[in-house]
Write a protein of this length. Structure first.
Length: 151
C-alpha cells in the first residue's frame, strides 16, 4: 500500500517532489510514513485494550494478577513476531550485498579463473547462471523487505 507505484501516498510524494522544494518533499514523505505506522499503533492499542477488558471479566477469581497475565500474553504475542521481522528485514540486504560483491569482484575477468577454480577446488563455474540466480535472489529480497514495512 505504501510501497506500490500506484499508491496514492507514493503519487503524493512524487507530486510534491516535482512541484515543491526539498522541505515539502521531506514533509510529504514523513506524513506518508507516519500514516503507515498509525494503523499498526491503533491495532496495538486495540489489542491491549481487549486484553484489559478480558482481564477484568472475572479472571480475578481464578488468579491473583489477572491484568498482569493478560498484558503478558499480549506482550508475548508481540515479541513472538520479533524473529520473523528480523529474518524478513535481514534477507533483503544480504541478497543485495551478495549481488554487489559478485559484480564488484570482477572475478570473471581474471584470465584462467575457471580452470584455476576447477583445478584447485573442483568447482565448475557458470558465471552467467550465477548472475541470474543472484538477480532473482535480489528481487526476492526486495519483496521481503517491502512486506516487512507497515501496510
Amino acid at each position: 500500500m505504501f510501497t506500490s507505484t500506484t499508491s496514492g501516498h507514493v503519487k503524493e510524494v512524487v507530486t510534491s517532489t516535482r512541484e515543491g522544494g526539498a522541505s515539502l518533499n521531506i514533509l510529504s514523505g514523513l506524513i506518508a510514513g507516519n500514516f503507515s505506522a498509525f494503523w499498526l499503533g491503533l491495532s496495538i492499542v486495540t489489542l491491549m485494550g481487549t486484553a484489559y477488558l478480558v482481564s477484568t471479566a472475572g479472571l480475578g477469581a481464578l488468579m491473583v494478577a489477572a491484568p498482569v497475565f493478560a498484558f503478558g500474553l499480549v506482550a508475548f504475542g508481540f515479541l513472538g513476531m520479533g524473529p520473523v521481522t528480523i529474518a524478513v528485514d535481514s534477507y533483503g540486504p544480504v541478497t543485495d550485498n551478495a549481488q554487489s560483491v559478485f559484480e564488484l569482484s570482477v572475478i570473471e575477468q581474471i584470465p584462467g579463473i575457471k580452470e584455476t577454480l576447477r583445478r584447485d577446488y573442483a568447482i565448475d563455474v557458470d558465471f552467467a547462471k550465477a548472475k541470474d540466480l543472484l538477480e532473482e535472489n535480489d528481487g526476492a529480497g526486495n519483496t521481503f523487505k517491502a512486506t516487512a514495512k507497515p501496510c
